[in-house]
Design a binder for this molecule. Structure first.
Ligand SMILES: Nc1ncnc2c1ncn2[C@@H]1O[C@H](COP(=O)(O)OP(=O)(O)O)[C@@H](O)[C@H]1O
Ligand SMILES: O=P(O)(O)OC[C@H]1O[C@](O)(COP(=O)(O)O)[C@@H](O)[C@@H]1O
Ligand SMILES: [Mg+2]
Length: 341
């Protein structure tokens, strides 16, 4: 059986470990052979294919990014569509696809599966926002990178007795902020799930400062102030027409300074959170997902995604995978908030 592999949506550490896991198990155990599509759905639509043998995947589990490239191309737009994809696959003798991506990629994969294309999915998100899986690779690495950055912000904050604001990714969920903020001992964590007033934020900052601490505020890019309706966006739209988030940290810093009189600096961690070497946890999870995806093709699990439940790899339908955004529950926020201020 010949399988086409693609990585789509925002990249994250661990994508290469998935590719390696699938190719190694598929070729040695199941007699499958693989090709890679370049840049997500773009490669599928435009028939841009690269070989994917054991040689290409040697030593890549520890490499960040994706050797296949990625994009936010919509497979139904431009020259795309089901017929084009089907004929590209037939011409190359490709029987099935393994699509590695987040909720956007899986939404596209679902439409293609409904039209008869054989696809299995592997979840990918640094944001940890897919409800159908306990975790995906990339998230642990992003949290570790953010935590390391905050440890550094704290030492320079201490030296200058400044308030430091660290902005992290996460789109519409606050998982990276919650986990890295707790790990770094933040004095306030601002997440999209919990609208907060400037007065409350200023009280936490002032409280920490009055105890002789340099306040650390962690803010998720999707955070919304209690008197506003939408997350801060000043960078236009992404390839799929959604507002690009980011910039709320820079906006909050002068407001904090104005309300508290404490000198404040903001740092946006941005794409550093998605770059570089995956943690060992992410490498192992990604490798297991890749191996399970190869099994899934043998089992004909079309329209289903591999997922983590506890320590087990299970399968869920694309429909289930797309049905719930995993937000930070109130009890996890309340638990963290006990330590604010
Ligand atoms: N409902 C949809 N139907 C078809 N294509 C979609 C749909 N949602 C997203 N996509 C495509 O999948 C791409 C990847 O989705 P995106 O949300 O950017 O990344 P991720 O897969 O990581 O969530 C999008 O840029 C878009 O072109
Ligand atoms: O890479 P871009 O286009 O700047 O996108 C940034 C967005 O991608 C993410 O890193 C991951 O989002 P996806 O999982 O949907 O790809 C978000 O946290 C962030 O808002
Ligand atoms: Mg997405």
């Amino acid at each position: 059986m010949r399988i086409g592999l693609l990585t789509s949506g925002g990249d994250c550490p661990g994508l290469n470990a998935v590719i390696r896991g699938a190719v190694l198990k598929g070729s040695t155990i199941h007699g499958q052979d693989f090709v890679g599509f370049r840049d997500g759905w773009r490669g599928v639509v435009e028939d841009d294919v690269v070989p994917l043998t054991r040689k290409e995947i040697q030593g890549i589990a520890k490499q960040g990014g994706t050797i296949l490239g990625t994009s936010r191309t919509n497979p139904f737009e431009g020259n795309g569509g089901v017929d084009r994809i089907r004929s590209n696959m037939e011409r190359r003798g490709i029987d099935a696809l393994i699509a590695i991506g987040g909720e956007g990629t899986l939404a596209a994969a679902k439409r293609l599966t409904d039209a008869g294309i054989k696809i299995v999915g592997v979840p990918k998100t640094v944001d940890n926002d897919l409800g159908a899986t306990d975790y995906t690779f990339g998230f642990d690495t992003a949290v570790q990178i953010a935590t390391d950055a905050m440890d550094r912000l704290r030492t320079t904050g201490d030296s200058h007795s400044r308030c430091m604001v660290a902005e992290v990714m996460g789109r519409h969920v606050g998982w990276i902020a919650l986990q890295s903020g707790m790990a770094a001992g933040a004095h306030a964590i601002l997440i999209p799930e919990q609208a907060t007033s400037l007065e409350q934020l200023a009280a936490w900052v002032r409280g920490a400062y009055d105890r002789g601490r340099a306040p650390l505020v962690v803010v998720a890019e999707g955070f919304v102030l209690d008197h506003e309706n939408d997350p801060h966006s000043e960078r236009g739209l992404d390839a799929f027409g959604r507002p690009r988030l980011g910039g709320i940290g820079e906006r909050l810093a002068p407001l904090i300074e104005e309300l508290t009189g404490i000198e404040t600096r903001a740092t946006t961690l941005g794409h550093i959170q998605r770059g570089g070497t995956p943690t060992s946890y992410d490498r192992v999870l990604a490798t297991r997902f890749g191996m399970a995806a190869s099994d899934s093709v043998v089992e004909g699990n079309w329209g289903r995604m591999v997922a983590l439940r506890g320590t087990d790899i299970v399968h869920v339908s694309f429909e289930e995978a797309l049905s719930s955004l995993k937000t930070v529950p109130q009890n996890r926020y309340d638990e963290a908030a006990i330590l604010f201020g």
